[in-house]
Design a protein around this ligand. Structure first.
Ligand code: CDP
Length: 236
């Protein structure tokens, strides 16, 4: 019998870290949300739809989504240099890809919806937390959406598949080492974003997608509850 794989924080292989979500955390924004997974905390704020500036980027056929992901300098123990860098630019772009397929932006020709994601504390999985927060913030802003998007990182540590990697797990160095597969999905099972950092076979990649499907269903319930709690709180 295979030996049981012990995760550093004692979680089961398919167990999410403690997950919390809250809507309406930035009162001046048109929509906003916080998504926390363990020690990773993302805040998303949505502004718009509004007239696209610079004007030459306006598209008369449709509205556009603009995403900006940023890890704050105090979000990790080694201070990060503030401002744009290649990693932040890449994550901003994949966040846009993950969210765009569910948004009905054709209702806003010539306009833009800005999504600002700030990671205030980072312990891996920040792109997924940012996407989860942004999806809630877009719903809160009232941007018409076909469905929600939920995002999770699936990992392979040596040969064992696990859900929701911590930074300590991302740095695992035994056997085949770590593989990180962030996946974003809609409730109907459409994969809107998938990345792969490491090595994996086809069979285990399918397993990763199946594990993501279950994890994303759990995250969706947390996102929906946060939106419902906000609406009910507003009525009081
Ligand atoms: O955060 P995510 O897993 O989406 O992206 P990553 O590039 O795989 O980064 C993994 C983790 O490394 C981050 O969540 C941070 O905890 C850490 N990190 C860091 O300490 N300093 C950086 N400049 C970038 C990432």
């Amino acid at each position: 019998m295979a030996e049981k794989f012990n995760r550093p924080d004692g979680r089961e292989l398919t167990e999410l870290r403690e997950t919390k979500a809250k809507v309406g955390v930035v009162p001046n924004a048109d929509g906003s949300a916080m998504f926390q997974q363990g020690k990773t905390i993302a805040i998303a704020a949505v502004y718009g739809p509004k007239k696209m500036h610079p004007q030459h980027q306006q598209d008369p056929r449709t509205g556009q989504l603009r995403c900006e992901y940023n890890m704050l300098s105090f979000s990790v123990s080694d201070r990060i240099r503030p401002g744009r860098n290649r990693r932040a630019m890449e994550i901003s772009e994949i966040t846009k890809w993950a969210l765009e397929p569910v948004l009905m932006l054709d209702k806003y020709p010539g306009q833009v919806v800005d999504v600002h994601i700030n990671i205030i504390q980072a312990d891996a999985g920040t792109r997924c937390a940012g996407i989860n927060a942004a999806a809630m913030a877009l719903a809160h802003a009232g941007i018409p959406m076909k469905e929600m998007v939920s995002s999770i990182s699936i990992g392979k540590l040596d040969k064992t598949m696990v859900v929701d990697l911590t930074k300590e797990e991302e740095d695992y160095h035994e056997g085949e080492g770590p593989t990180d597969i962030p996946i974003s999905m809609t409730p109907s099972g459409k994969v809107t974003h998938m990345q792969l950092d490491g090595k994996i076979g086809v069979k285990q990649l399918q397993e990763a997608v199946d594990m993501a499907k279950v994890a994303c269903q759990n995250i969706l319930e947390i996102q929906k509850k946060a939106l419902k709690d906000f609406i009910e709180g507003d009525k009081k």
